[in-house]
Design a protein. Sequence first.
Length: 138
Amino acid sequence: MKTTFFKTTVALIAMLAFCISTHAGTTPAPKASPTPALKQKPDAISAVSADSITVEHTKIKRPTSSKEKATEETSTKTYKIIPTTEIVINGETAKVDALKTGMVVSVTSETSTDPKADKSIAGIATRISAKSAVAAKK
């Protein structure tokens, strides 16, 4: 009985020593710092003239696998401004010359049915709703 107890004790001590030696001095792998999530940016005016407005739209492309990262895709659309286009800035009716680059904007438009229409124009703006930079941050 003494030999069985001795053999069992030696085996337990050997396993304990092995476990301690394999984990001694190892540190857990550093965690990768999370990349900040891309935030959707509001549409903004990138150019404006008396008869057109160009809006910059940023779209977040979500990753399709765990190895990819989210990316931003920026595109622009130009809309024709006509005399009947309703323009509202910070909730009040305004004129075209009050529109400024950088303003957060929402454009309601209709597509042109004219086959000879300029293909670079996304549509005819029927309503432009903009917020100044100060109002947009609230």
